[in-house]
Structure formats: C-alpha cells, structure tokens
Design a protein around this ligand. Structure first.
Ligand code: HEM
Length: 441
C-alpha cells in the first residue's frame, strides 16, 4: 500500500446516526455532522490505497483535463439529458450552463490531489445538494461511470497509448473516484437516517396525541355517563311515578302518549349505555352485518344533526369474519366522515356490499364535495385532513388512519375513488371466510 502507513484499529463506533453537540455561535461542518473526522478520512483513503503516489498521479492528469473539460461537461450532461430520470432535473437552461461549469471545477479539484478537510467537506456538500433535490442515488452514483467512460479514452490518447505510462495514472484516478462515490453514499445514508428519525419523532408525537385524545374521550364518556344518563334516569323515575299517580285522571290517548314518552326515554338511555360502554376489541368472529347496520342506523341522527341526509344500507347484508366492535367503528368513522363534509341538500350516503373472492368489498359512497387527486393517497395518514376540512373544523384527523389500520389488521385493504364535485366512494374489504376455510393463513 502506498502513502500513509499508520494502521490504527478500525473505529468501532456507530456512525449513523451521529449525535454531535451543536456549539453555540458556530455552524457545524458537514464533516462533524456526518462523523467524518480526521481518523475516518484517513481510514477511507487507506482502504482505497490512496497514497502520495496517487496524489502525484492524478495531478499529472490535470493539465490534460484542462483542454478537455468543456467537451467532457457537454458529453456528461448529454448523457444525463438522454435519460428520463435525470433529464427532469435539467429542464432549465441556466441551471444546465451553471452545472456544466461546476462539473468541470469538480473534476479539476479531484485532479488537484489534495484530500484534506476542505476536500471532504466539499464532497459531502455536493452529495447533500443532490440528496436535497431528490435525485435518486442510483442515478447520482451511476453518473460517476461517465467520468470513467468519457475521460479514460481521452487521457489514454493524450498519454500516447503507452499502458506503462497511463495505466498507473488511471488506476489512481479510479481510487479517487471511488473515494467520492463513498462520500456521496454517506450523505444519502445519513440524510435518509435523519429523515427516518424525524418521521419517527413525528409518529411518537402523533401517538402521544392519540392517547391524549383517548384519555379525554374516556373522561368525557364518564362525565356524560354520570350527568346525562343519571339525569335521564331521574326523568324516567318521575315520569313513571306520574304514570301511576295520574293514570286514572287522564284520557286514554294521553296515557298512551305518556307511555310512549317513557319508552322513548328508555331506548335513549339504552342507546347511551351502548355508546358509552368502553369499546374493547372482541377479536375476529362471524358477524352478521345486519346488526352492525341496525346499530349504525340508530346512531345516524347523531352524525347528521340538522343536516338532511339519506342513508341507504345494503339490501342483503352479508356475513363476514371480523371483529364486530372494530367493524362497527370502521363504518361509523366512514359514515361520520361522509356526513361531516356533505355540501348537497339532501345529502346521500349509500353503503353497498359486493362479494370479491374470499372477501366482501364494502363501499361507503357519498354525494359530497369529493377529494382532489393529490389528497387521495394522503388522507389515510394520521392528522392529514383534506381541503374540505377547513370548512369543517371538527374531527381529529385520525378517523381514516384508524379505518386503514383496523381494515389492514383484519387482512383487508382500503382505498378511495373520488371526483371533485361528484362525491367519494370509500372501499374496504373484509374476509368472508374464516382462517380455517382459507387453509389456516
Ligand atoms: C458524477 C456525478 C455528479 C457530480 C460529480 C455532480 C456535481 C455537481 C456539483 C459540483 C454541483 C454543485 C453543488 C453545490 O451547489 O454545492 C451539482 C449540483 C447539481 N447536480 Fe450534480 N453531479 C453529479 C450527478 C448529477 C446527476 C446524475 C444529476 C441529475 C440530473 C445532477 C443534477 C444536479 C442538480 C439538479 C444540481 C443542483 C443542486 C442545487 O440546486 O443545489 N447531478 N452537481
């Protein structure tokens, strides 16, 4: 191996993610950010066998490159313009002209044969610039191939085609190109890890918010249970007392009316009891969806409030293999969601069921405002609320993400079809065979 021979033990620290202290009043260099200190730099060069001979060798190519730089840059970008994945980044002529100049400077600095802090810093910065514009690493790293393909024949030609002369120089150049490729990879790995970390952080926050909202709901459930059901029970007792005491003194039609009122109070009290009961998932079992739709219909007015909305349910509700509590909540969320954004009078929510192999595909369709294409994949993410949400501030932004997780957990899938102005159709599938019937998987 040429050049520096000090062999230190390989650093066995974790390089990603790197936790570095930010010192006040000083911008952190990318070398610090990526953990690319002197030791790491030296080890990289040692591994590639880059030594002083190589530094000299690449410098010997510098003058030859000076005459070739412009042609090199032109052909380099001709190649990128000929491929769809790279062409899209070079639409603007000014940018292209700027990049051609920068490309020549980049190659030239590689041939300067000075692999110091500044060199490493500049390589990491260039890598980061590409990661930031969203260029996939395959195209970025693959473009280094053009360095070899375009410059090697030129260098070989200029050096008189004598292999003893040009081969060592070109081999040194290959080492340095690999050094650059490694640094480019580093920036992508590091930035991707950082992004994952921050997504993870957001997810943790979302979860914390979710649990917070669950706790609030539980508190509210207890409060309503105590205040409203308690109050209702007192009203029922008074009405029943009244029924007894004045039964003989009133007309039969009034007696009947009073009996109806007491009955309605009882069914209201039962409905509240059902709604306020903690909803522990029951686990998958055979579920007759007729019962789910019945419960949905009895709650429907709670979702619609003052709005005029027609609810249409499947004529032949199928039997499915599902967790009944989760399935009821999936329907409740989709229906409440459809009703919330309805902008037509009368609004319409139609639920249909269609056999689909081992599944039933349910569709909850509405004649609401519809969802623009660009939102359709996002709305199942936690806390994402479409543009119509601005007009309807209630809602947590968690309903559809709950729907997706419940449906996927049960082995189904969920998707939306929608046209702005015409309404939306939310589809989801639920197994209609038990795991045993499916052969246990
Ligand atoms: C051998 C591989 C490549 C090298 C050495 C290279 C070199 C450079 C350099 C030196 C810069 C300036 C960075 C800065 O502002 O600090 C740059 C920017 C840029 N490069 Fe590359 N490039 C390579 C591959 C590619 C490829 C394949 C594309 C795809 C079209 C591309 C597109 C761009 C774009 C769009 C910018 C501007 C970034 C910004 O606006 O900050 N590059 N490149």
């Amino acid at each position: 191996m040429q050049g520096k021979s000090s062999r230190s033990k390989p650093a066995c620290r974790v390089r990603w993610p790197v936790d570095v202290l930010r010192l006040p009043g000083r911008t952190m260099s990318l070398r610090e950010r990526y953990g690319m200190g002197k030791d790491e730099q030296r080890q990289r060069q040692e591994f590639l066998g880059i030594g002083q001979d190589d530094e000299r060798n690449v410098r010997a190519l510098r003058d030859i490159f000076a005459d070739f730089g412009e042609e090199f840059a032109r052909r380099f970008y001709d190649h990128l313009l000929a491929h769809e994945h790279t062409r899209e980044f070079l639409r603007d002529e000014k940018t292209l002209a700027k990049l051609q100049k920068l490309q020549v400077e980049y190659f030239d600095s590689l041939l300067a044969g000075r692999f110091d802090d500044d060199y490493f810093e500049s390589r990491l910065r260039v890598g980061q610039a590409h990661q930031r514009v969203g260029l996939e690493p395959a195209w970025y790293l693959g473009a280094y191939n053009q360095y070899v393909q375009l410059s090697f024949p030129h260098f070989a030609q200029a050096l008189g085609k004598d292999p003893d002369r040009f081969l060592p120089l070109l081999l040194s150049l290959v080492k340095v190109i690999f050094l650059d490729i490694g640094l480019a990879l580093d920036t992508y790995f590091f930035e991707a890890t950082e992004q994952l970390r921050s997504r993870n952080h957001e997810l943790q926050q979302a979860l914390a918010l979710y649990w917070q909202s669950q706790r609030r709901e539980e508190q509210l459930r207890k409060l309503v249970s105590h205040e409203v059901r308690g109050g209702l029970a007192a009203v029922i007792t008074s009405l029943e007392d009244l029924q007894e005491t004045i039964a003989d003194a009133i007309e039969p039609s009034d007696r009947e009316e009073l009996k109806n009122v007491v009955q309605r109070c009882w069914s209201l009290s039962n409905l509240l009891k059902e709604m306020l009961a903690p909803q522990a998932p029951a686990g998958p079992m055979w579920v007759d969806t007729a019962e789910i739709f019945e419960s949905l219909a009895s709650r429907f007015q709670l979702y619609t409030g003052e709005k005029q909305v027609q609810l249409q349910l499947p004529e032949h509700p199928p039997r499915v293999w599902a967790d009944p509590v989760q399935l009821r909540e999936v329907f409740a969320n989709l229906v409440a969601n459809a009703v919330r954004y309805l902008d037509k009078d009368p609004g319409k929510v139609t639920i249909t069921a269609h056999p689909d192999g081992e599944f039933v595909a349910f569709c909850v369709a509405d004649n609401g405002p519809g969802i623009p294409d660009e939102w359709q994949t996002q709305i199942f993410e936690p806390f994402v609320r479409g543009p119509a949400a601005a007009k309807s501030p209630e809602g947590t932004g968690l309903g559809l993400s709950f729907v997706r997780s419940a449906v996927e957990q049960a082995g189904g899938r969920v998707w939306v079809e929608s046209k702005v102005g015409e309404g939306s159709r939310f589809w989801f599938t639920v197994p209609r065979v038990s795991p045993e019937q499916r052969g246990g998987h």
